[in-house]
Write a protein that binds this ligand. Structure first.
Ligand SMILES: [Zn+2]
Ligand SMILES: [Zn+2]
Length: 343
């Protein structure tokens, strides 16, 4: 089978690998869609943000947002069968700790990540534990399924925790794929959405996805504008998807008294002023990352029944043969969501 490898230094190799065989409790999936993600760029550049020693070898096939058709099941697999359409939940856990039993596999001390620790979806076939197979209804495309396993699921769970509703005005900072998913989910929950970014092209995308207002924070003061748009109160909730210190601070400043802020964009350090930005305002601030596996059915129902256009986040589709071009464009932030597709 054909597969992508990242030897490091922004190099992309297409290699031939034998089709893997599913072991007990595993399934073999013929990949039909595999989405690129900003976190893939850490592999592309040779400094992975998650994963262990195996990840550092450059021999692991990337791709942690995958969907396809089950073609073979290993011993003991009963819940999934050949022919099933599935997406893959990216976190593999020990299966027995409290977090695994709660469905928060990414919180397991021994968790492993598809496409980082174990071979991922940027290949003709991918192996996954049967437990990680997320069933796709016929009404959802493989592409939609792939995208839903990360950004859309993360935003769904984040906004559920923030209790976003139709009475809320939500500001979303950073309209890459994660922010785009945030707009779709917030609109689906009925909220008024204000998108903030430094690029007009991304704000144009935000409008197409349904944002009610857009703010270019490179040409205007985002906090002042957000206050002006909310009668001086500030927004009910702010979600930072950029990980940028300026946006993280603006999110805290733009939230109203008793408001809520979620940090979703990855970030190693930032300076804030807790007294003025959080304590005096009785703010609720959460860190958000991924979603519990048990929430998949609820997420699928939400997307299907409310006709959330998750496909709209996808701006580019490539075959695996054009992987180098795909990663280069994505790295240069010239795209929305990019997906590898198979005929
Ligand atoms: Zn991802
Ligand atoms: Zn566990």
């Amino acid at each position: 089978m054909k597969a992508v490898l990242f030897p490091g230094g922004k190099q992309v190799q297409i290699v031939e690998r034998p089709v893997p065989q599913p072991e007990a409790d595993e399934v073999l999936i013929r990949t039909r869609a595999s989405a690129l993600c900003r976190s893939d760029m850490s592999l592309y550049n040779g400094n992975p943000i998650v994963g262990g020693d195996a990840t550092l070898t450059g021999q692991i096939i990337p791709g942690h947002e995958a969907a396809g058709e089950v073609v073979q099941v290993g011993q003991g697999v009963t819940e999934v069968k050949a022919g099933d359409r599935v997406a893959v939940y990216l976190a593999f856990g020990c299966g027995s700790c409290t977090h695994c039993r709660n469905g928060d596999l990414m919180l397991c001390d021994q968790w492993k990540c598809l496409g980082f620790d174990l071979n991922g979806g940027d290949a003709d076939y991918v192996i996954a534990p049967a437990y990680n197979c997320l069933k796709l209804p016929d009404t959802l495309s493989f592409e939609a399924g792939a995208v839903m396993t990360d950004m859309v699921g993360t935003q769904y769970h984040t906004q559920k925790r923030l209790d976003i509703s139709g009475t809320d005005t939500v500001a979303i900072f950073g309209i890459g794929p994660m922010g785009s998913a945030g707009i779709l989910i917030a609109k689906g929950r009925g909220a008024r959405v204000i998108a903030v970014d430094v690029l007009d092209s991304r704000l144009e995308m935000a409008k197409q996805l349904g944002a009610d207002e857009v703010v270019n924070s490179s040409t205007e003061n985002a906090v002042e504008r957000l206050r002006a748009l909310t009668g001086g109160r500030g927004v009910d909730a702010a979600i930072d998807c950029s990980g940028h210190p300026v946006a993280q601070n603006a999110a805290l400043d733009a939230a109203r008294k008793l408001g809520k802020v979620a940090f979703v964009g990855e970030s190693r350090s930032t300076t804030i002023n807790p007294s003025d930005q959080m304590i005096r305002k009785l703010l609720t601030v959460i860190g958000a990352w991924y979603f519990p596996i048990g929430e998949w059915t609820e997420l699928v129902n939400f997307v299907v029944e409310r006709q959330i256009a998750v496909d709209k986040m996808i701006t580019h589709r490539f075959s695996l043969d054009h992987a180098a071009e795909a990663f280069q464009l994505f790295d240069q932030r010239q795209t929305g969501k990019v997906v590898f597709v198979w005929d």
